[in-house]
Design a protein around this ligand. Structure first.
Ligand SMILES: [Zn+2]
Length: 298
C-alpha cells in the first residue's frame, strides 16, 4: 500500500525497504498480537489463583475430589521431570511477558500517538515510527504522475501481447484471454465494491420482505427436554433436592450448569468447572461461562 501512495517522481522502494515494510506491516503486528494473547492468558490465570486463595470451609468436601486427581498427577510428573522443567521455563517466560507486556504496549501506543500528534502539528514528516525507521515519506500522487503510471502499465501490457508466439488462432485465443485478465484486474476493485453493495441491498430487500410476510404467530410452548443422564463415575445426586450435590449442604447462590441443568452453589460449581472443565454429575464438558446464576426473589 505504501508503495502505491508514494509519488512516482521519487525513486521506487529499494529491496531492503520492501522487506522492512513487510516486517512492519505483518511480522511485528503478528508478534504483538501473540504477546497480547499470552498476556491475557497470564492475567486470567492470576485472577483464578487469587480466587482460590479466598476459599472457605464449605469447600473442604470439594477439595477431596481435586486431591485425588492431583495425587495421580504428581506420579505422572515424577516420571517426566524434563517435561515439567520445560513447563517451568515456559511458565517463567509467560510470567516475564505478563509483567513486561503492559510497558511494551504503553511505550508503543505512546510513541504512535506522539508521532500522529507531531504529524498533525507539522513537526515531523512521518506519521508512524515504522515509516520514520524506513525513511519513507507518504504523499499524494499528482495527476501527471497517475497518467504516467497508467501509460507505463499499458506499454508493459502491449509489450506482453507482442511477445505471444504460435499459430494465428492460438495467438488470437491467448490475446483474448490476456485482455480478459487485464480487464478483470482493472475493474476488480470497482466490481468488488459493486458486488458488496448489491449483496447488502439484496439482504436488506429480502429481510424487510420477510418481516412483512411473517405474521405474529403464537406457537405452543415446546415440551421441556428430557432429564440428563447421570454418569456412573459422576457424583451421586442427594436425596434432598435442596442440597448442593458438591458440598452436600443447603445451596447458597443457586447456579445452574447450562450443559446439564443441575443446580449447585455458585462457589462449588465455579471451582469444580474451572478445574475439571465438566459437569460433576453427567461428566459433560462444560466451561465457567456456562454457569448461570438463578434468581427467585426478584
Ligand atoms: Zn455447594
Amino acid at each position: 500500500m505504501w508503495s502505491q501512495m508514494i509519488a512516482f517522481s521519487t525513486p521506487p522502494l529499494g529491496k531492503q525497504q520492501k522487506v522492512l515494510s513487510v516486517v512492519f506491516l505483518v511480522v511485528l503486528p503478528y508478534f504483538k498480537s501473540k504477546l497480547h494473547s499470552i498476556y491475557n492468558r497470564e492475567r486470567e490465570a492470576r485472577l483464578q489463583e487469587s480466587l482460590w486463595i479466598h476459599d472457605d470451609g464449605r469447600l473442604d468436601n470439594l477439595d477431596s475430589f481435586f486431591h485425588q486427581g492431583e495425587a495421580s498427577q504428581t506420579q505422572v510428573e515424577a516420571s517426566t521431570t524434563e517435561a515439567s522443567n520445560m513447563m517451568r521455563v515456559k511458565k517463567k517466560i509467560r510470567a516475564i511477558i505478563g509483567s513486561f507486556y503492559p510497558w511494551i504496549h504503553a511505550g508503543n501506543e505512546g510513541l504512535s500517538f506522539a508521532y500522529q500528534l507531531l504529524y498533525l502539528l507539522d513537526a515531523t514528516g512521518f506519521y508512524t515510527p515504522g515509516l520514520h525507521a524506513l525513511g519513507i515519506h507518504v504523499c499524494r500522487a499528482t495527476g501527471q504522475e497517475l497518467m504516467d503510471s497508467s501509460s507505463r502499465i499499458s506499454k508493459i501490457r502491449s509489450r506482453e501481447l507482442e511477445r505471444l508466439r504460435g499459430p494465428p488462432w492460438l495467438k488470437a485465443m491467448q490475446r483474448a484471454m490476456v485482455s480478459c485478465v487485464y480487464t478483470a484486474l482493472d475493474y476488480a476493485q470497482t466490481g468488488l465494491i459493486a458486488a458488496v453493495f448489491f449483496f447488502k441491498m439484496m439482504e436488506w430487500w429480502y429481510q424487510s420482505a420477510e418481516e412483512r410476510m411473517s405474521a405474529p404467530t403464537v406457537y405452543p410452548t415446546p415440551p421441556p427436554p428430557p432429564a440428563p443422564k447421570v454418569a456412573e463415575d459422576g457424583i451421586a445426586l442427594p436425596s434432598d433436592r435442596t442440597l448442593c450435590p458438591l458440598c452436600s449442604q443447603k445451596r447458597v447462590n443457586p447456579s445452574v450448569l447450562a450443559v446439564s441443568g443441575f443446580v449447585f452453589c455458585y462457589p462449588c460449581i465455579f471451582k469444580y468447572v474451572s478445574q475439571c472443565k465438566r459437569c460433576p454429575i453427567t461428566l459433560l464438558p462444560a466451561g465457567v461461562d456456562q454457569i448461570r446464576r438463578l434468581f427467585h426473589d426478584l
